[in-house]
Ligand binder design. Structure first.
Ligand SMILES: [Zn+2]
Length: 330
């Protein structure tokens, strides 16, 4: 609401600048009071009256006097420099609040995929580990089977040698066959020992795979849930961002080109994306350098748009800052 009101005024403000120059200061003074009252409510009125004391006579404005004054404003369309500047600042500060919100959304969304990426990496790492152990288990089983085959071979050889021993012609032949049998028996023993070792390794591998498999399933389902969650958040923030981008565009239409370009330039140069900041505890809300009292007074006078001498950001006073309701905009 506040936005549209101030925006409408900005448009008329442009028109009235010329009229103002034509030298209707007196009339401008009276309409100003009404115009400001409408915009920022009662607190605003009090503030301006005090500050711009010379211009606006501190005459209490009742509800009755406001209404006709507002109506008259549309006819005469006269505005003081102060109210024009204040409206420009209001429009700029409003735009800043919208754009800041867009920045925040983009930062949040930028971090979300990283979280999923981490989970994906972890899952993938575990999968690789499982596959490596499975491959090793297969290799071990293959070796076990080879060893078993060679045991069978040895046993057959032993049988053959034993049969040959029945038909030997001399002791030398018999002893030679006995040595062969002994050798094959040792081979069998050695292979049986290896098989035992490999089987133990297979068992160990299988229990690791089983453990990892359980962890993997858990991680995988976590990842699926998180992925879906993040997809939703991304979709939601996209929607919110689009809405805000539209609002930002709308708001930009109420700001003259020269000023809007300055805003964009300052914003793109600022790391925190702030081009319009309020004075907080006597310091610039963008770079936190102290602002001299005279400069603060100048800001409150609304005679012209004042920038921070350190960082070049456009400065607004509390009055403008508090008029823009962030919650309402966003
Ligand atoms: Zn600054």
């Amino acid at each position: 609401m506040a936005k549209t009101k101030s925006s409408k005024k900005t448009t008329t403000a442009k028109k009235t600048t010329t009229a103002k120059k034509a030298g209707t200061t007196k009339k401008a003074g009276t309409t100003k009071k009404a115009g400001t009252t409408k915009k920022a409510g009662t607190t605003k009125k009090a503030g301006t009256t005090k500050k711009a004391g010379t211009k606006v006579k501190a005459k209490p404005v009742s509800e009755k006097t406001i209404k006709p004054a507002v109506a008259a404003k549309d006819e005469s369309a006269q505005d003081s420099v102060e109210s024009i500047i204040q409206r420009k600042l209001l429009a700029l500060y409003t735009l800043q609040q919208i754009d800041t919100q867009i920045d925040k959304i983009r930062i949040i969304r930028g971090e979300l995929p990283l979280e999923v990426q981490d989970l994906e990496d972890e899952t993938e790492g575990l999968e690789t580990r499982i596959n490596k152990y499975k491959q090793e288990t297969d290799d071990l089983n293959q070796q076990i089977s080879n060893l078993k085959n060679s045991i069978v071979d040895s046993q057959e050889l032993i049988k053959k040698y034993e049969a040959q021993q029945m038909n030997v012609r001399n002791n030398r032949e018999y002893d030679s066959l006995s040595k062969e049998i002994e050798y094959q028996t040792l081979e069998i023993q050695l292979n049986e020992k290896k098989i035992k070792e490999f089987e133990a390794a297979v068992q160990q591998h299988e229990s690791i795979v089983a453990d990892s498999q359980g962890k993997y399933e858990e991680l995988k389902s976590d990842l699926e849930v998180k992925k879906k969650e993040l997809d939703n958040i991304i979709a939601d923030t996209k929607k919110e961002e689009e809405l805000l981008l539209k609002k930002s565009e709308e708001q930009q239409r109420f700001i003259e080109e020269r000023l809007l370009n300055a805003y964009k330039r300052i914003r793109s140069n600022a790391k925190n994306g702030l081009a319009v900041v309020s004075v907080e505890r006597d310091a610039c809300g963008g770079c936190f350098n102290k602002i001299p009292p005279q400069r603060q007074l100048d800001i409150q006078m609304y005679k012209k748009i004042i920038v921070c001498e350190y960082c070049g950001r456009i400065l607004v006073d509390d009055e403008v800052a508090s008029t823009v309701d962030v919650e309402e905009i966003v």
